[in-house]
Design a protein around this ligand. Structure first.
Ligand SMILES: NC(=O)c1ccc[n+]([C@@H]2O[C@H](COP(=O)([O-])OP(=O)(O)OC[C@H]3O[C@@H](n4cnc5c(N)ncnc54)[C@H](O)[C@@H]3O)[C@@H](O)[C@H]2O)c1
Length: 399
């Protein structure tokens, strides 16, 4: 597939009650399947959803997962009292896609709990029902996924931890490759929800000093290091920090000024296009580890690369979350936190090292190297399994 090829399908939906819009894009199918989250954000556009669906194709390719990429977006603020109803009607309208090839999960502005609830009420089954139906043993696969989703890791669901754990492992792999000691590095994380919260937790566990975290209401800073666990405990379901949990010594900044926080590792884990050509000039960090999808504009990536900042691309850095779903439903992983962390760590570290080696050898950006590796994998899978659904049940693909 070339990088400028057209997506397989674009859908625009209008809510009959509120007139709000919803979008869905299937970028590519492999083996009759496409995977990608469903998000809720005021101002989301078809163009954003299309770029995110393309990113999901790359993400599946990077980790050798047998599916193309897809994405859904509902244009409403998740705080809006109408939001739940709009989401529910969107899911009903998208039922033919969700049942016939598009497997989805939580994304920006939607918790997995809410999405699972809405899917059940609309009779779609699980959010990855499309994959379960092709798994050969939907009951067993569904049981593994449900049991996996029920695992709680020190106050956070495994599905909400594993993505950020992978982000921290990606940072560690890049630091190892560069021979930097991660325990001497400081990190700032924009976004403190599923991805940002767990990225901060596991970076801190690796010994990095988390000197800033940012939610939609502003940045919380401390040059000596924040008490991440305390802040995690104070969060509401939308990833917002209760400011009464701040300790003496913690400071606050407007959220737009987050890149002024002096750090070695910058983790954008909230919205698209957070790092632009203009604001990237403020970044002095050694690496940007993209936990969010498409958080850095193309121009900003180029400028950062020219200045020697290592940018670990979104679909590699945050791919642990998506890969965990696939591995669990395919039976590569049991519903087991320890096994899940070990597997994500091993595959993430290998993938990041391989990407950085290729980038150095060919004098290209890490993203260009990852694009090549990822599309090679996906093209190989599509050649072997076909693009459209076959009768053959899914089989685990070697990670
Ligand atoms: N959840 C997943 O499994 C997953 C997996 C891979 C990638 N992602 C990507 O990670 C990003 C975040 O998703 P999430 O699921 O963690 O979302 P979330 O809704 O759980 O959390 C979002 C966080 O970002 C903050 N935020 C929102 N707007 C902001 C702004 N303008 N400035 C600063 N902070 C802001 C919110 O307050 C919250 O803390 C998205 O790009 C998503 O596509 C999510």
């Amino acid at each position: 597939m070339s990088s400028d090829s057209e997506p397989r399908l674009r859908v625009i939906w209008t809510d009959p009650v509120t007139g709000r819009k919803g979008y869905a894009v299937i970028d590519r199918m492999v083996n009759g399947l496409a995977g990608g989250g469903t998000r809720m954000r005021s101002g989301v556009t078809m163009e954003e959803v299309e770029r995110l669906a393309r990113t999901m194709s790359y993400k599946n390719g990077a980790f050798n997962l047998p599916g193309g990429g897809a994405k859904g977006g509902v244009d409403i603020d998740p705080h809006d009292p109408e939001a739940r109803g709009v989401l529910s009607r969107y899911v009903r309208a998208m039922r033919p896609l969700y049942r016939n090839g598009w497997g989805t999960a939580e994304d920006l502005g939607i918790s997995q709990e809410l999405l699972s609830e809405v899917f059940a009420e609309q009779g779609v089954g699980m959010t990855v029902q499309a994959m379960l139906d092709r798994s050969g043993d939907p009951m067993a696969a569904g049981r593994r996924v449900s049991q996996g989703l029920a695992i709680n890791v020190e106050g956070i669901g495994l599905a909400d931890c594993i993505g950020g754990y992978g982000v921290a492992e990606a940072a560690a792999a890049a630091a190892d490759y560069k021979r930097w000691d991660i325990s001497k590095l400081r990190a700032v994380v924009q976004g403190f929800g599923s991805m940002g919260g767990s990225s901060a937790r596991y970076l801190a566990r690796l010994g990095a000093r988390v000197v800033g975290v940012v939610d939609v209401n502003g940045a919380v800073t401390n040059p000596d290091g924040l008490d991440v666990e305390r802040l995690l405990k104070s969060r509401n379901t939308l990833g917002e920090i209760d400011r009464s949990a701040l300790r003496p010594g913690d400071g606050e900044l407007p959220k737009e000024r987050w890149l002024e926080i002096d750090a070695d590792i910058v983790v954008p884990a909230a919205v698209a296009d957070a790092i632009t050509a203009e604001n990237s000039a403020a970044i002095k960090a050694r690496m940007v580890v993209e936990a969010a999808n498409i958080p850095t504009t193309d121009d900003a990536q180029r400028l950062l690369h020219e200045r020697g900042t290592v940018v670990i691309p979104d679909y590699v850095a945050n791919g642990g979350a998506n890969a965990w779903w696939w591995w669990t439903l395919l039976g590569v992983l049991e519903a087991d936190a320890e096994q899940s962390f070990a597997h994500v760590s091993r595959v993430m570290r290998e993938t990041v090292r391989h990407m950085l080696e290729l980038a150095d050898a060919r004098h290209m950006t890490p993203r260009a190297a990852a694009n090549e590796l990822s599309m090679e994998n996906l093209d190989r899978l599509a050649a072997r399994l076909g693009e459209d659904a076959s009768e053959t049940p899914l089989e685990p693909v070697r990670a």
